[in-house]
Design a protein around this ligand. Structure first.
Ligand code: TXA
Ligand code: MG
Length: 340
């Protein structure tokens, strides 16, 4: 077990955190999406430490975080027209672009791929940290592999204490689900993971993007997904999650039936439509998909803390955040989805 420092977002503490990263250590830090677990993107050994701390399979590459647009050129060797447009319009912000990588980025960061995922967060602490480190920061989400991503410092402290050098306590994350990943490394830009920058926003910016077919379904055993993370079961709480998708009355009636069928178990409901149920622990998802995104991971963790064994999640696609929520929710539910 290592001694994990808890740092604040003061200039002094961020400087300390930057020194830890430059020295080959690991620091968890807030971003606007979820907390990241950072190491120098130029340090292969530090990248190995990230995989170990998370228990992450080493064939799943990391995102490289930069402090400004200019730093992208230090890590990518080619930025196509479409990608430039996305960078101009949405960075800093909750988007990650896949580009052809430079040799400065070691194979341990990209899991041997010829491309690199690049993101410039719009969280000030995150950008100050990258500047203080003086190097781009490779960072996956700061959860133990397979657990819901951390959206506040308590989640990170629970998962990472004793495993990393420091955690910067930067409060709650604004978006709550990870960045939209867009692959610009081949002819047509493809959304590999939906997030805070929506499909419509990308189209409106003149980017002729399509969505990968695998974002709402599991990748079959013998298929090589474009985004290695797709093939892993993610975001799974200890409780068994089932999504019940549809309009209010139908969803609530179905969940009441399911609660009846599962009597004797500790049941939780993640509620979009309001607290309608007896004999269940109810957590609010929020009425919009945007609120749902912000609450989802935190609620999944809370159900576990409360000892909930079965979760029924009310869901309906309502706004641009719909695909982002659906992607995480279906994974958390291991594709157990009831359409009503
Ligand atoms: O919002 C976010 O993106 C957060 C914060 C911390 O920035 N980070 C994050 O990282 O979600 P992670 O490691 O949990 O997810 C990164 C995903 C993985 O599914 C990985 O397979 C994919 O990005 N990825 C990374 N590099 C890639 C590449 N070169 N090509 C395709 N997919 C890549
Ligand atoms: Mg992750």
């Amino acid at each position: 077990m290592m001694d994990t420092k808890i740092l604040k977002t003061t200039e002094n503490d961020i400087k300390t955190a930057g020194e830890i990263i430059r020295g080959g250590g690991l620091v968890a830090f807030p971003t606007e999406t979820v907390y990241g677990l950072g190491a120098s993107a130029y340090d292969a050994d530090a990248a190995k430490k990230i995989y170990k701390a998370k228990g992450r399979p080493s064939d799943n590459p990391l995102i490289v975080h930069v402090c400004d647009k200019a730093q992208i050129e230090e890590v990518a060797r080619e930025i196509p027209e479409n990608a430039l447009r996305a960078i101009e319009k949405f960075m800093p912000g909750p988007i990650t672009v896949i580009l052809k990588k430079r040799d400065t980025i070691p194979d341990d960061v990209t899991a041997g791929l010829d491309t690199v995922a690049v993101r410039c967060p719009d969280n000030e602490t995150a950008r100050m940290l990258i500047s203080a480190a003086g190097v781009p920061i490779a960072a996956p989400s700061a959860n133990i592999s397979g657990k819901p991503s951390p959206t506040n410092s308590k989640h990170v402290i629970n998962d990472m204490t004793g495993r990393i050098d420091a955690i910067i306590n930067g409060g709650n994350c604004r978006v709550g689900v990870e960045s939209t990943i867009v692959d610009f490394s081949s002819d047509k830009p493809v959304i590999l993971r939906p997030g805070g920058v929506t499909y419509d926003a990308l189209r409106e910016a003149g980017i002729d993007v399509v969505t990968d077919k695998n974002i709402f379904q599991s990748v079959s055993e013998n298929e090589a997904p474009k985004c290695p993370g797709m093939k892993y079961k993610h975001y799974a709480p200890d409780a068994e999650v089932t999504v019940v998708e549809g309009e209010k009355d139908a969803v609530q009636n179905k969940i009441k039936e399911l609660i009846e069928e599962n009597k004797g178990k500790i049941i939780g409901v993640l509620a979009m439509y309001g607290a309608e149920y007896d004999d269940a622990v109810i957590l609010a998802a929020g009425e919009t998909n945007k609120e749902y995104a912000k609450n989802l991971f935190s609620a999944l963790r809370e159900f576990d803390e409360l000892g909930v064994e079965i979760v029924f999640a009310e869901f309906c696609e309502r706004d641009g955040y719909g695909p982002a929520v659906k992607n995480r929710l279906y994974k958390a539910a291991a594709q157990r989805v009831i359409h009503v």
